[in-house]
Design a protein around this ligand. Structure first.
Ligand code: AOS
Ligand code: ZN
Ligand code: ZN
Length: 424
């Protein structure tokens, strides 16, 4: 499925007059406006390969049709998103769901869509048909050395695939933990997991990063061996300078102050990246910004402040990835919504008057500090995000264009009504 520049241009032509009107007020502060647009254009968000099919819950799965049947079709789907919004210029793969048969060809295909490979993800939370040992009681934490070794070898194989594709990071998410009190010796589980991560870390190329993703609970319901940012930080610190913590927004206990976690990890140089999503109850993996957009903004507020303080590049120094998937929407439409929500939060955070905020804090002017943040959050930055897309060659309204072209119908004709993507 290829989207031509002509199609996008004619979509934009029909809308550009209205767009210019919406943009007009922004020309009063032209310097700030231009700087935000440039930053938005540079900001790319990686799409996870497993979000391209309709996700499942443990109660059932309802494929929407036209789902990608192969790695090549997944790349083509992300290429389509990127053509529409010019902000989804990377894909994050999952092994073994996405094993590339011919890495060179896969790389070329991604390249033809302007896509890079973001972090590769390992999988030691499921048993694969050809696998000798079972992960029923964990992987890197397992009491049996053979199971641990199998998990280590798998991660090293994932790195190898990533190297062939030009990826620069490995995300390790472990489902390891226990479901009942007494089941696990916490200290031994930690030590064994650390040992395994050390072996994986040793296989990491010099210019790679290892992301240690934490999660409070699920699938284990009593303890998780990498259960919170404190444990992840501890593993990452013990591993060394190439290891970082990865924050998945859905992986906290209710009401956790994620923006504060982000601020501290960033300050310590140990924040690696994100899995963006949203949730109301647990690891719901809902569309970014769909439930708590203010929280997303507050996180970006810490990111912009903290990254600027450390002289980091917003575009390249952290891993920006989506981790969302569910049952009821067209996955491509959902991803367009997630990307836009992330861009809006980022643009609003760029609006914050940081000097005024610091001054208010120094004066203990609580009201003014709150006003400054809310003023940015309540600003409609959609015209800026649309302008960034337009300048980069994308569509003013990606979702509207996707719908008007009946892309899902075309994909169903091409791939069938019952195609099911590999993944969760
Ligand atoms: C699991 O809850 C984690 O969020 C993982 O990052 C991710 O969902 C998984 O690796 C994809 O299967
Ligand atoms: Zn995740
Ligand atoms: Zn998750």
């Amino acid at each position: 499925m290829n989207l031509t520049t002509d199609t996008i241009a004619s979509h934009n032509d029909d809308r550009v007059a209205r767009h210019r009107n919406l943009l007009a007020p922004w020309t009063d502060s032209i310097e700030q406006t231009e700087s935000i647009i440039e930053k938005l254009m540079a900001f790319q968000i990686a799409i996870p390969s497993w979000a391209l099919g309709t996700g499942g819950t443990r109660f059932g799965r309802f494929p929407g049709g036209g789902e990608p049947r192969s790695l090549e079709e997944k790349i083509s789907d992300v290429g389509l998103l990127h053509a529409l919004n010019r902000s989804s210029g990377a894909i994050s793969l999952h092994i073994p769901w996405d094993i590339p048969q011919d890495a060179q060809a896969v790389r070329q295909l991604a390249d033809s869509y302007g896509l890079a490979f973001d972090a590769v993800n390992s999988n030691t939370f499921q048993d694969q048909p050809d696998q000798l040992e079972s992960y029923k009681f964990g992987s890197l934490q397992h009491v049996d050395r053979a199971v641990r070794q199998q998990a280590i070898d798998h991660n090293i194989e994932v790195i190898r695939h990533g190297v062939e594709l030009g990826s620069k990071s490995l995300t390790v998410w472990l489902s390891d933990g226990s479901s009942f009190p007494g089941q696990l010796n916490f200290r031994k589980a930690f030590e064994r997991t650390l040992g395994g991560l050390q072996d994986i870390y040793a296989a990491l190329p010099d210019d790679w990063k290892l992301f240690v993703e934490y999660k409070a609970f699920e699938p284990n319901f009593y303890s998780t061996t990498v259960g919170d940012w404190g444990s992840s930080y501890l593993y990452a610190s013990k591993l060394g300078p190439k290891a970082y913590t990865l924050v998945d927004l859905g992986h906290h206990l209710p009401n956790a102050n994620i923006e504060q976690i982000v601020a501290i990890l960033l300050m310590e140089g140990k924040l690696g990246g994100f899995h963006f999503n949203d949730s109301k109850y647990g690891d719901d993996d809902l569309t970014a910004g769909s439930i708590k957009p203010y929280q997303l903004f507050l996180i970006f507020n810490e990111l912009v402040g903290g990254m600027d303080a450390r002289g980091m590049s917003h575009a390249t120094d952290l891993g920006w990835m989506i981790d969302a998937s569910h049952n009821v929407k067209d996955p491509l439409e959902d991803l367009l919504q997630s990307v836009e929500a992330i861009q809006l939060a980022y643009a609003q955070a760029l609006l914050v008057d940081r000097d005024a905020l610091e001054a208010a804090r120094d004066n203990n002017d609580v009201v003014q500090a709150q006003e400054i943040l809310q003023d940015a959050f309540r600003t409609d930055v959609r015209p800026l995000v649309a302008e960034a897309r337009r300048r980069a060659g994308g569509a003013l309204q990606p979702l509207a264009l996707y719908r008007s072209l009946h892309i899902r119908d075309q994909l169903i004709r091409e791939r069938g009504a019952k195609s099911v993507a590999t993944g969760l």
